[in-house]
Ligand binder design. Structure first.
Ligand SMILES: [Zn+2]
Length: 113
């Protein structure tokens, strides 16, 4: 499962950050997950609950911030939200679109004690 290695990675990052701060416990991990990051949120939650048990994050809460898919039109320069994966400008109908957000997947918040 793809999500299993992602969550393992997230826990590794969180644990090493916690150690750097001499913390013994991770309370909260905040994630930013883009609409087009390719992961299933339910699986992320499930893997987190499974993998955290033997770590210092065993009581940690996982907060997921969803980032919508947005694009910028290279023709007219307008920014817009891409819906239903239709990569077409909603102003000028051009399909020369640059993706500005929606692919991210990273830890953006960590609370330790
Ligand atoms: Zn346009």
């Amino acid at each position: 499962m793809h999500e299993l290695s992602i969550v393992q990675n997230i826990l590794d990052i969180a644990e090493s950050e916690a150690r750097k701060n001499n913390a013994t416990k991770i309370i909260k991990i905040g994630l930013k997950i883009g609409e087009m990051s390719g992961v299933v949120i339910d699986s992320i939650n499930f893997c987190f609950e499974t993998l955290k048990t033997n770590t210092i994050a065993r009581d940690a809460e996982l907060l997921i911030d969803h980032v919508p898919l947005t694009g910028k039109c290279k023709n007219c320069g307008s920014n817009f939200q891409i819906k239903n994966y239709i990569f077409r400008c909603d102003t000028c109908n051009d399909n020369n679109i640059e993706i500005i957000s929606g692919k991210e997947l990273f830890v953006d918040e960590l609370e330790v004690e």
